[in-house]
Design a protein around this ligand. Sequence first.
Ligand code: PEP
Ligand code: MG
Length: 542
Amino acid sequence: MLLKGKSVFGGIAIGRLSVYGKKDHQVKRIKIHDTEAEVIRFTSAREKAKDQLTVLYDKALKEVGEVNAMIFEVHKMMLDDLDYIESITNMIRSQEVNAEFATATTGDNFAGMFSAMEDEYMRERAADVRDISNRVISVLQGASEGKEMGDEPVILLAEDLAPSETVQLDKSKVLSFVTRKGSTNSHTAILARTMNIPALIGVSLDNLEEMDGKWGIVDGYEGTLYVEPDRETLLRYEKLKEEDEQKKRLLQELKGKDNVTLDGKKIHLYANIGSVADVANVLANDAGGIGLFRSEFLFLESEDFPTEEVQFNAYKTVAENMAGKKVIIRTLDIGADKQVDYFGLEKEENPAMGYRAIRICLDRKEIFKTQLRAIYRASYYGTISIMFPMIISVREVKEIKEIIAEVKAELDQENLPYKDAEIGIMIETPAAVMISDLLAKEVDFFSIGTNDLTQYTLAIDRQNPKLDSIYDSHHEAVLRMLKMVVENGHKEDCWVGICGELGADTTLTEEFLRMGFDELSVTPSMILKVRDKIRSVNLSLK
Ligand code: PEP
Ligand code: MG
């Protein structure tokens, strides 16, 4: 049987399927006479639950790092929430019910409230309220912690896994986990990525109980789960797994090492992301920062313009999770292939050369200013740089700077804190390449978008599959442009990187180093491969 789902982390696992036994939190309503004694029972269970969370926090701190361990601090804080406590104690007193029932009902009510919120981040907190309530109930019921697991490592199948359940798992016994529910943005998914094990969500595990004990394969690259695979599939996956592990083993050794050539030249290696959820992958692969946050994905995921608050939370979360490492947020690059209905854009003959990216932002300033306000507000929580797409003139950059000045003045007036972010532009049009000497005087950095630069230089639509074979980013014209941009940038103390797909092309890594690039920003899973290449190069040999 083959089941499809959504991968939250790549890799291959082969082993027995084991259905994660949820503790039975079935709660009965019982009439209580001594309500004050019941309140005390609740209070001491709450204290015990907090002690458990302290232990979990320390465990997570060692295993998955401070940022991911924070969830247990948050859970502790939630257990101290006065509204939550009051709702439970009031219910015990006024309805004369047992603490288990009051906690379960309050947990449900609060979770329902969170689920109905507009903000996606808040919606996801519903799972956390249920988690803390179940913890208190477990203590009240005297249940023991965690699932008892056998000796054999297994592929865990579950309806859903709460962060606390995930971190409690004995990692040496879990090959992978597969859930029916869950979201890529949840802390559980973040933990899975950090744990470096293949994980799938959204798999239709309809007959969960029947799968228990059967043989299975998880393909975290394809997002598939095989239940009782045939011999041929099994052999194929055993081979793939071996190859995959070999590669990963070698690359893991490069974590924490410098991106330095044999003769000592260093370069920054950053990662490209499209959403907040990708940050875990960035950290898991030991990137030095985020070189391209494609912010338009926030807009593509929404039904309507994301508010300043929604954007602020997303940028802030990324900045905080990166804990001071550089995060380059690219402003909205909508249009062309990235169409959003609510923008009401007209159909164009030539959308790639049409009304898109910075052109829309400079035309519809209210959208642009909302985004810039959100970015600047988030800048306070980390190290954020801002980058603008599809630039063709110095005039555009000057206009952008005027708008930034307006945004800062507004924030000053409202007493909202922000930091002075580094400003950069994408070099992805031949025009920007040819005037890069002038543009370099205006900005702190350039990041070359080789995907579009190749398209516009060769006059080849990057979306057209018929032209795939001649869409050649290695074309001499493109390579000369890269060199020219580095030279012009450096003359004005403007650092230069690549964030297009070409940056991860290891056949060109040496050439990029020779050209003098300061940074390469690549998809997270390519970080260690590119690092590996950089460390094998010796620029002193010609
Ligand atoms: C590029 O054009 O190379 C780039 C990085 O931006 P995008 O692929 O999002 O257009
Ligand atoms: Mg582009």
